[in-house]
Design a protein around this ligand. Structure first.
Ligand SMILES: Cc1ncc(COP(=O)(O)O)c(C=O)c1O
Length: 346
């Protein structure tokens, strides 16, 4: 049998660039993937233990999770679809709606990777100096796109979008994705705009504030007609039994999540001030802080921190921008203090 791999693969696949996850090394302080290092509520762990006995049957409590999410987001269950993390939600939207896709730079790299994996065109508008959102330029440069992707708070800059700018983009009447993965660390969510704008799809996740990134649960809040279409494309069991139970338990104990979020928000200020003494730090509405370490090389700073068993995210350079960037997640208070001690000696 002869099989020619390159003749059978879709022609654009070999040229795709892969997503590089934050490094995880046992015994190291990981401040690289914007996780909630306090971990989930004890009730979530208990729910996972309990559910272990029923993993022989296919997951069946997705409708209940959608109901609980609707309660949390103050919408109807028909406005909600769950997925295997926001990553699946992005993929699902790109499979369901017509491209091309337009977003900003810098932002979460998966917006590009998922689009290109589907053979979809992807373009972007550079954020302004200081990483603010240039709404008019964005609207002008996205004329040929049919899917617009916004992220607030934006990863990796931590910048947040105003309601005015979100509305201005929505008024273009294009499929508009608003990724709110980190919204619990900021203020209010824009999910209520879904009842006004049938073109709005809000992405949310249990990976960040709710601290169950390893279980992979995300969801989309959107107009019920859009949800029905997304449901035609979604694999039926992409959220597994343990993940469903954990997410429901997390929603039943929101007080725990809020307590950890408050600690993270408090420490964010301290981390920002300390980073800003040494480098140029950017104000963040999220659980991470972007720092420009130039004239030092971000890789050198990254390696020095690694020697001290601290892992941050080395982002290097952004296309179209000067500077050398690192992103530091806000960990537990103890982890942040360890980081600050090492930072002072850099
Ligand atoms: C902006 C943004 N959206 C989505 C995700 C992925 O979320 P999930 O774990 O739900 O796939 C991340 C992960 O870092 C992110 O930064």
């Amino acid at each position: 049998m002869e099989y020619n791999l390159s003749e059978n693969v879709k022609p654009w696949i070999p040229g795709l660039c892969c997503y590089t996850p934050g490094q995880t090394i046992e015994g190291y302080t990981k401040l690289a993937s914007n996780e909630n290092n306090y971990g989930p509520s004890p009730k979530v762990k208990e729910a996972i233990r309990k559910a272990a006995g029923s993993v022989n049957v296919y997951p069946y409590r997705d409708p209940e999770l959608r109901e609980k999410i609707a309660g949390y987001c103050k919408c109807r269950p028909g406005n909600v679809i769950t997925g295997n993390g926001s990553d699946e939600s992005i993929d699902l939207i790109y499979k369901t709606f017509k491209g091309p896709v337009h977003s900003v730079n810098p932002t979460y790299t998966e917006y590009r990777i998922f689009a290109e994996a589907l053979g979809e065109r992807y373009s972007y508008t550079n954020l302004d100096e200081g990483f603010t959102f240039p709404v008019e330029k964005f609207i002008k440069e996205s004329k040929n796109a049919r899917i617009l992707v916004l992220c607030s708070p934006n990863n990796p800059t931590g910048g947040v979008l105003s309601e005015e700018n979100i509305r201005a983009v929505l008024e273009e009447g294009k499929t508009t994705v608003l990724d709110e993965a980190y919204v619990e660390f900021h203020k209010r969510s824009f999910t209520p705009l879904v009842s006004e704008y049938p073109n709005l799809l809000v992405l949310r996740t249990f990976s960040k504030a709710f601290a169950i990134a390893g279980l992979r649960v995300g969801y989309i809040v959107a107009d019920p007609e859009a949800i029905k279409l997304l449901d035609r494309v979604k694999p039926p069991f992409s959220v597994n039994t343990l993940a469903l139970e954990a997410a429901m338990a997390a929603l039943d104990d929101q007080g725990y999540m809020r307590e950890t979020v408050e600690k993270i928000k408090k420490d964010r200020k301290r981390l920002y001030n300390e980073l800003n003494k040494k480098f140029k730090a950017y104000k963040s509405g999220s659980n991470y802080i972007l720092a420009d370490v130039a004239p030092m090389r971000s890789n050198d700073v990254y390696e020095k921190l690694l020697e001290k068993k601290i892992i941050v995210r080395n982002l290097g350079r952004f296309h179209g921008f000067s500077g050398e960037y690192l992103r530091v997640s806000v960990g537990t208070t103890e982890e942040n203090e360890r980081f600050i001690d090492v930072l002072k000696d850099l």
